[in-house]
Design a protein around this ligand. Sequence first.
Ligand SMILES: N[C@@H](CCC(=O)N[C@@H](CS)C(=O)NCC(=O)O)C(=O)O
Length: 289
Amino acid sequence: MSDLGEYNPPNKWLWDKENGGKFANINRPISGSTHQKELPLGKHPFQLYSQGTPNGIKVTIMLEELLELGIKEAEYDAWLIRIGKGDQFSSGFVEINPNSKIPCFVDNSGNNSIKVFESGSILLYLADKFQNFIPKAFDQRTECLNWLFWQMASAPYLGGGFGHFYAYAPEKFEYPIDRFSMEVKRQLDVLDKLLSDKTYICNEQYTIADIAIWSWYGALVLGRLYGAEEFLDVKSYKNVVEWANLINERPAVKRGRIVNKISGNLDEQLHERHDSSDFNKKTEDKLVD
Ligand SMILES: N[C@@H](CCC(=O)N[C@@H](CS)C(=O)NCC(=O)O)C(=O)O
């Protein structure tokens, strides 16, 4: 920092201090595991290792949607990976996802275990495997994937950009907050215009594109992300709000969005999910003495 509070980057960046902020204890400039630990293995063919963040809940919502349709093969064990404690850097986790980010998923239903990481890839894997929540016609499938990939590319502006500088950074700076607010509001406007004449992202069919986009932008307009409802004037995106409320009412969404969640109301935190009865018996409000 100079006297003016301006940062003059050195010739070569060095990792010589913690940069402050909510994630200072886990952020590192190197990949790989920090400790030896195997991942737990449950009784179901599908194993999910995750936390109930917007990226994490995409997968639990999708799995609950499949179960809601009566597809029993979608039964799963959801193990909690506490990213704030660095669980994503265990040797077992890194073996599945070398990028050390939740969610990651293993399908043990066949002869060989299949490892899947990146929330969009997991959604597509499950949609293709069960031929659900993705249009069958090639042109409509392509449109659905356009929006799935749009979400995967856009969310870092909302989370890593806006959310980080508005909510998590130890000091608030106008420049990055302005830059990312501008972009997030532009994205909300894209969605608002898209949804002006349709029920879901891909017209009348609820798909993995809705699941992915709702988990971030739905949460934002429902006032569940970063305490930024007023700042971003989220209620002015009326079509997005209507769509978000519609999806919010789906039983599978109500279940999926609380799995592996470790913040908020205790009755909306199911730290681990191994059975459908866990939603009635094992939320944190029920476990407290
Ligand atoms: N593009 C990835 C992003 C995953 C991601 O950023 N996960 C965050 C939580 S939402 C995480 O694991 N952070 C831990 C860390 O950065 O060490 C996806 O959609 O799966």
